[in-house]
Ligand binder design. Structure first.
Ligand code: 9MG
Length: 277
C-alpha cells in the first residue's frame, strides 16, 4: 500500500510514524514547551532524526475544552515551522481544518493535510482538491469543546466507518484520488474508553476499505483511564497501543515519542516481514 503525498510517495509496506509537532501553548501534552517557532523547528529536526516519516505541524489544540485561536494566530504559529520543515527529507503534514491555513500551507509546500474535521469546513475540501497533496480524514463526534460530554453511538464501529466512507467519497467526487486519502477513527474525539477499545478491536472494518488507516493514540486520556498515569508517564501505554494498532492493520501511527514508536513498529514489522499489506 502507498499514500501519494504531492511530489512524494509514502511506501506503507511497513508501518510509518507521524511525529507530532504542536506549536501551541495548550496542546495535548507539550504544555507550551514548543510554543515558539524556534523550539518547534528544533522539535521538527529532532523527530526527523528519530525516524519519523511524516511530521505533523499544528497550531490549534484540539484537546477537549481547548481555546480556539484566530486564523491569523494559527498562521503566525505554523508557517515559520512549515517553511523550515519542507526543506528537510520528510513528508510534511499540516494539522488544521481551516481553508485559509490549508491554502497557505500547501503554497509553502506541505505534502499532506491532517484534518480532524475531515474537510467539512466550507472551502477545505476544495483547497485540498486544488492541490496534489494527501489528506487524512478523521472522525470526530461533536466539537473539541464538548465532544467528551456525552459521546453516544448505537454502533460505534459502523457509524465511524460509514462517516469515513462518506467523507472519502466526497473527496473522490471533488477530484482527490483515492491514493491520496488516509482515514482515521479519531481515538478520543467524542468517544468513551469503551468506544475507543471497540474501535481498536474492530480496526479490521476500516482496514477493509483498502485506504491506509492512520491512528493517534499517543499519550491520550484512554491510557490514563487504563493505567492511572498522568500524561507525562504514558510512554509504555502509547507504544503498546501503537503496536496493537499496527498488528490490526494500521499503516501510520501519530506519536509524540517518535524514537520509541519507530523501534516498536520495526519489531512488529520484522515479525511480519513478507506479509502483504
Ligand atoms: C491532531 N490530532 C490529535 N489527535 C489526532 C488523531 O488521533 N488523529 C489525527 N489524524 N490527528 C490528531
Amino acid at each position: 500500500m502507498k499514500l501519494v503525498c504531492g511530489s512524494q510517495t509514502l511506501d506503507l509496506s511497513t508501518p510509518k510514524v507521524m511525529g507530532v509537532v504542536n506549536v501551541t501553548p495548550d496542546s495535548f501534552s507539550d504544555g507550551g514547551a514548543f510554543a515558539t517557532a524556534r523550539d518547534a523547528i528544533a522539535r521538527v529536526e529532532h523527530v526527523v532524526a528519530e525516524g519519523a516519516a511524516i511530521v505533523d505541524i499544528g497550531g490549534e489544540s484540539t484537546r477537549p475544552g481547548a481555546a480556539s485561536v484566530s486564523v491569523s494566530e494559527e498562521l503566525h504559529r505554523v508557517m515559520p515551522v512549515i517553511e523550515r520543515a519542507v526543506q528537510l527529507p520528510v513528508i510534511v503534514s499540516v494539522d488544521t481544518s481551516r481553508p485559509e491555513v490549508i491554502r497557505a500551507a500547501l503554497a509553502a509546500g506541505v505534502h499532506m493535510v491532517n484534518d480532524v474535521r475531515a474537510l467539512t469546513l466550507p472551502g477545505a475540501l476544495e483547497a485540498v482538491a486544488a492541490s496534489d497533496a494527501a489528506v487524512c480524514l478523521m472522525h470526530m463526534q461533536g466539537k473539541p469543546g464538548d465532544m467528551q460530554d456525552h459521546p453516544r453511538y448505537d454502533d460505534v464501529v459502523g457509524e465511524v466507518a460509514a462517516y469515513l466512507a462518506a467523507r472519502a467519497l466526497a473527496c473522490a467526487e471533488a477530484g482527490i484520488a483515492r491514493e491520496r486519502i488516509a482515514i482515521d477513527p479519531g481515538f478520543g474525539f467524542g468517544k468513551t474508553l469503551v468506544h475507543n477499545l471497540e474501535l481498536l478491536r474492530r480496526l479490521d472494518v476500516l482496514v477493509a476499505t483498502r485506504l491506509p488507516v492512520l491512528v493517534g493514540l499517543s499519550r491520550k486520556r484512554m491510557i490514563g483511564a487504563i493505567t492511572g498515569r498522568p500524561v507525562g508517564e504514558r510512554l509504555a501505554g502509547s507504544v503498546t497501543f501503537a503496536a496493537i494498532a499496527v498488528l490490526r492493520g494500521a499503516c501510520i501511527v501519530r506519536a509524540h515519542d517518535v524514537a520509541e514508536t519507530v523501534d516498536a513498529l520495526r519489531v512488529v514489522a520484522a515479525v511480519h516481514e513478507g506479509e502483504i499489506r
